[in-house]
Structure formats: C-alpha cells, structure tokens
Design a protein around this ligand. Structure first.
Ligand code: PGA
Length: 248
C-alpha cells in the first residue's frame, strides 16, 4: 500500500515574523512538489504571516504545540480552535524538547492528541529514546510505551490519518544521524506496535517519519526505507537545503 511521503520542517524557536516571510519566499520554488506533502511547523507568532505567505502554494502550515482547552484563563497558551482559524493543518505533539524542558508527560500528551483530532488538526506525534536507553537496549520498549500511552482512546481511523515521528534524542541537532538501519528498525517497530494495538490496515496507513539531523545528503537513503514515510527536519528546514530534502 503506497503511503504519500510527508516532509515537515520544525522551525523550533527560530525566525521572527519578518524572517519567516522572507524564508517562505526563498523556499517557495525550491519546495515545489506534486509527489510529497510539505509542511512548515512554525512558532505560534509566525503562523499568521506564514499562512499568508504560502497561500496558493503546495506548502501546508503546522504548529509546534497546542493547549488542551479551547479557551479561557490559560495565560500564554494557544488553543486548537485558534490554530484552525489561522489556517493550521498539522500540529507537532510530544517533541522531546517539550517532554524534557517543559515536563510534558504522556498523560498530558494524550490529551493534546485528543484535542488536536477534536479540532480537525492532524497530529505529528513524536517519540524517541535517549542515548542511555539505546545503550541499555530498551529503545523499543520505551517507544512502545510512549506510543501506547499517547494513543489511549484514539480510534483506528484517527491513527490512519495521523503522523508519527521517530526522533532519537541523541540524533536531534547533533549532526549525528541514526544509521538508515537503526531508523528503519524503529519505524518498523512502531508500525508493528500500531498493528498490535489496532490492526494491519491501520499500521499500513499511518505515516511514520524519521527525524534527527536529516539533511540534503542523507534524506534520499532514509526516505527509501520501506517504513520511513518522510522526515521531520529541524536545522536543515531553515535553509535552501530544505528544497533538496523535499525533492530528495
Ligand atoms: P534536527 O531536529 O533536524 O535539527 O536534528 C529535528 C527535530 O528536532 O525535529
């Protein structure tokens, strides 16, 4: 079953609104593609100008976070209906930086996944192990625990439509990419986990990205793996190289 590849940039806390608009203009022709989905996940303050800047192009807009309530006294937070109204289609949930620095745990992330679906957003749910966990040999146990906890109460049809990003923490922003074999092994393991919780049709439909120092040089080999359906790209999404990754 052919899954359409999805290449998403995760801008993290980079790009002021004016820089964001300039980057969209720089990348516009470079990221053109009929064969893959292209998403820019951008800081909240950049969402409105980026949505405007990519209007009429093949680029879709994603957010990097959302809150679990629709509105109210939650100073500083941004809700799913706000994102939808601004033109957002995707939302990153459970990035390791949020898990680590902002202490977001799986129970909270599960609420975020539910809220995203309720609002009509497509979650890009991140999972991944630390170097210590990999060396201890518990990578797949850890990731299965994350996936199972984050997807409690989520239906098979919802899972079919979502994106899961495998991002080994030791490979993020380090220039140290997982080997193609390591990336494929875990993405395959995630698919098997989805087949166990749901069924084979759901596992065959869900798109699983690899993330962690993806660049113009390693994208083609990574994305050629049977269980890797694209990438979540940090550093390299902020420059012209992102065009090469999209057109790997
Ligand atoms: P990186 O980040 O490509 O800079 O390693 C990936 C991510 O954190 O999503």
């Amino acid at each position: 079953m052919a899954r359409r590849k999805i290449i998403a940039g995760n801008w993290k806390m980079n790009m002021t609104p004016s820089q964001a608009v300039a980057l969209c203009a720089e990348l516009k022709d470079l990221v053109k593609s009929d064969s893959v989905d292209v998403v820019y996940c951008v800081p909240a303050i950049d969402i409105v100008p980026v949505a405007q800047a990519v209007k009429g192009t093949n680029v879709q807009v994603g957010a990097e976070n959302l809150y679990i309530e629709d509105k109210g006294a939650y100073t500083g937070e941004i809700s799913a209906p706000m994102l939808v109204d601004a033109g957002v289609k995707f939302v990153i949930i459970g990035h390791s930086e949020r898990r680590e620095y902002f202490k977001e745990d799986d129970a909270f992330l599960n609420k975020k996944v539910k809220k995203a679906f309720e609002a009509g957003l497509t979650p890009i749910l991140c999972c991944g192990e630390t170097l210590e966990q990999r060396e201890m040999g518990v990578t797949m146990d850890w990731i299965r625990l994350q996936i199972k906890s984050d997807l409690v109460g989520i239906t098979a049809d919802q899972v079919k439509s979502m994106v899961i990003a495998y991002e080994p923490i030791w490979a993020i922003g380090t220039g140290k990419t997982a080997t193609t074999e390591q990336a494929e092994e875990v993405c395959k393991g995630i698919r098997e986990c989805i087949a166990e919780i749901y069924d084979q049709a759901t596992a065959d439909a869900v798109r699983i990205q690899y993330g962690g120092s993806v660049n113009a040089g390693n994208a083609a080999e990574l994305f050629a793996q049977p269980d890797i359906d694209g990438g979540l790209v940090g550093g390299a999404s902020l420059k012209a190289d992102f065009g090469k990754i999209v057109n790997y």
